[in-house]
Write a protein that binds this ligand. Sequence first.
Ligand SMILES: [Zn+2]
Length: 293
Amino acid sequence: MHGHHLLLGCAATLSFTVALAAQTTPAITPAITARPIEAAPKAVPVKVQKEVAAKTPALPKEPPITFNSVHVDGPYIAMTFDDGPSATLTPKLLDLLAAHHIKATFFVIGENVAEFPEIVARAAREGHEIASHSWSHPNLAKMSEESVRSQLQRTDDAIKSAIGKSPTLLRPPYGSIAERQKRWIHDKFGYDIIMWDVDPLDWKRPGPAVVRNRILKETRPGSIVLSHDIHPGTVEAMPSTFDELEGKGFKFVTVSELLGMATPETPRPKAEPVEKTATKAAPSAVPTSSPGG
Ligand SMILES: [Zn+2]
């Protein structure tokens, strides 16, 4: 009898979880959805299990390593610039950032770091964060572990050589990366995987006004804003973008600083799947069609 009840309890939990996942978190992978159920101790009586579930909806799980945005208590945001450094545009952007006393994060391409290490060194010296965006901007999700490892190691080495320390963050080119890759990359390199929640699609070069307006419209506290310091229009958009964001009260920090400010999401009256916080990352998996990132 007891076993029978337990089975029913598990089945109920399963359908409940699946229903919730279907309703609220389209991005969740089956593997993650299944984890809480697998993690539930099988021998524990149903009654106890229910109490445990009620008290701790957050089952023991690994902390998230992927972020699209960060839940913070203040008006903090992170501006990020990908694909550089550019010989001409990055120094120009650094001047603008300095004039506004803004700290940003640069997701640099290893090849470019090797070519312009002094620009990267300047950015680091002026308080910006330098992070990895791979060596030559390939689609990591389609590559062998060995090739990915080489892409990341070479970039790590180039950054370390330019600024004296290794990066702690990776943004995969195109935002394209497989779940299993995230895990071993995190284990081997210690990187958190950084996506974005604000994308002005500046790589399409829509003009500075459009870039600015898209950023202003989408940016919220905790946002990670994606753009690229290799497009003239993007850099041109920044003075007014910074002015307007400042006017709205936003404060600029690096991505690592933003991660350090993370606060737990306010518990909602309705139970939510555990993975919600973690998969706040990856809005809908992989924007492979976009050269963004
Ligand atoms: Zn990129």
